[in-house]
Design a protein around this ligand. Sequence first.
Ligand code: SF4
Ligand code: SF4
Length: 306
Amino acid sequence: MSAQADHFTLAVASGKGGTGKTLVSSNLAAMVAASGLATTLVDCDVEAPNDHLFFDVSAEVTLRVDALVAEVDSTACTACGVCRNACAYGASRIFGPSAIVFDELCHGCGLCVDMCPTGAMHEVARRVGEVCVGVPTARDGLTVVTGRLDVGQVKAPLVIRAAREAGRSCGARFVVLDAPPGVACSAVASMRNADALLLVTEPTPFGLHDLELSLRLGSDLRLPMGVFLNRDAGEPSDALDRLAERYGASILGRLRFDRRIAETYARGALVVDVVPGVREVLAEAFRSIRRHAGAKSHANREIVLR
Ligand code: SF4
Ligand code: SF4
């Protein structure tokens, strides 16, 4: 549960791409916002953000995201090697008469700047991406925040943190973090300090394998977790039940395979507006994950999902 009792931050993640994470995130956010709870949807899949495609976003504000990196003034550098020896990331090297810094490896810790005996090292800001904050038309109570990593950049966690910060500053009481697939540092940056984690999976051997990786990560981050089964074929799910149980999670929602869902999603519309039954499944998953996270706030009691 969040430190602020009437706020709830849910990270929606998956072990692999294509399981329906974006479908769950965007539809859940729109549905909860429509029920009167100010909601922010933060697209943390910064290498391929697509939540905004489901909304007619207007009044967008774009914020630039910079990374601080070290830079060498070659005219002042004596190639003494102090910065190379100090850098824990191998970002600073000596080439010929001067040090050089590899931007992609530099973490901007500033150690080399402090240690350089000639003052040749300094920090500069380099653009790595942007964050867009927009308000969809005809979706009262919803804000959509999109993080975008620039092409060729590698500092996705920095853009994710900026997007989450922008999402927090919107003041919503419910925040949905649409995490990137997988369990790399971008997924960690998207999930950390959330109140709960909803893992979207599909009933295939690959789905189970990748779900286990996500369950392990969620467990390491000590997050209350639930599983949402998408494209459920109605077959027995003993293996999935056992796997979830092993990590203290359970299946909180099952969305049956339905061609209308795929068609609606493909044309960029929200499934909850079109396909009967989806709303109820998502509403139950939302109530369950809040219960699982121990949410007993005013916000929880007031919400009537329609
Ligand atoms: S510590 Fe300063 S002077 Fe020494 S190699 Fe690095 S940049 Fe050059
Ligand atoms: S700022 Fe830190 S990470 Fe970057 S080159 Fe200097 S010591 Fe290495």
